[in-house]
Ligand binder design. Structure first.
Ligand SMILES: Nc1nc2c(c(=O)[nH]1)N[C@H]1C(S)=C(S)[C@@H](COP(=O)(O)O)O[C@H]1N2
Ligand SMILES: [Mo]
Length: 277
């Protein structure tokens, strides 16, 4: 396959976000228009978050919810999820093919017919397997966003894929109870973290669940209107444009939910674990 930008074979599919996602998106757009205060305690306080914090039940013998916030702020509930922002989107005509950057975990040829997405549910060792068709059956989301590499370059790319949040609403593997992961009303038993690995486990990234359920976090199968090439992560890669390219794992093999920060290739090499920008 070449890396030329191809025109799409058919007009872009109408986007049909799930209802709850449409609400999340509207809320996120509204928030992004305002200056974003940040997710620190100051931001929470300014938005009535203190009242929310202090009204929390005192579960598991933890004397004060603040302890939990400081230990793992991704455990924050809906108040936290609403404080999101969107990465800027660009005219599709500005999209370019990015360089093929980073090939850890892509050594072997990928057998597209044999490939499966393996998902290990939260609180279980069982994994469930999905085909690319399963992912494509979810609402197709298209977005033109900037891919920013920590090396200092960035490029505008048009992506298409399924929202991870739609996947987890349809296949509720991110909660112990099997309740769907609704970003607006996250269940109390939602996993705080998600890890992703290439099939050979050579490259791996970790995300907090808030980032994972962000409306622009996609399981992508198309770049600039064409199926992903192998070097860009075929058949399925992560795109999450509020984070640097290091988090955009190419060729997803396994997704697993966790209580603690999953291992992260570049964090092990000294980069910021969150890698947001
Ligand atoms: N499997 C895998 N995914 C990866 C990497 C890698 O080395 N291996 N590198 C990352 C980095 S640092 C960047 S900038 C982007 C680049 O994506 P691109 O090759 O599509 O431009 O892929 C990310 N995903
Ligand atoms: Mo990168």
């Amino acid at each position: 396959m070449t890396d030329e930008i191809k025109s799409p074979a058919s007009p872009p599919a109408p986007q049909a976000p799930l209802q709850s996602e449409a609400v999340v998106l509207a809320e996120a757009r509204r928030r992004s228009r305002r200056s974003f205060i940040g997710l620190g305690l100051a931001g929470l306080a300014g938005l009535g978050g203190w009242r929310w914090l202090l009204s929390r039940p005192d579960d598991a013998g933890i004397p004060h919810p603040l302890r939990k916030v400081l230990d793992a702020n991704s455990r924050l509930s809906s108040a936290y999820f609403k404080e999101t922002r969107l990465a800027p989107e660009f005219a599709r005509s500005r999209a370019q093919t990015p360089r093929e950057n980073g090939d850890v975990g892509l050594d072997d040829e990928v057998d597209l017919d044999a490939w499966r997405l393996r998902v290990q549910g939260y609180g279980t060792t069982k994994t469930q397997e999905f085909t690319l068709a399963d992912v494509k059956a979810l609402p197709k989301i298209e977005m033109t966003t900037e891919l920013k590499c920590i090396e200092g370059w960035s490029v505008v790319v048009h992506w298409a894929g399924a929202r991870l949040s739609d996947f987890l609403a349809r296949y509720p593997l991110a909660t112990r109870s099997g309740r769907p992961a609704d970003p607006l009303n996250p269940p109390a038993d939602l996993a705080p973290y998600v890890g992703m690995l290439t099939p050979d486990e050579q490259y791996y990234v970790g995300l907090d669940i808030h980032s994972a359920l962000h409306p622009q976090t996609l399981l992508c199968y198309e770049m600039n209107g064409a199926p992903l090439t192998s070097a860009h992560g075929a058949p399925l890669r992560l795109v999450t444009p509020l984070k640097y390219g290091i988090k955009h794992l190419k060729r997803i093999g396994t997704i697993a939910f966790a209580d603690t920060r999953p291992k992260d290739y570049w964090a092990e090499l000294g980069y910021d674990w969150d890698a947001g920008h």
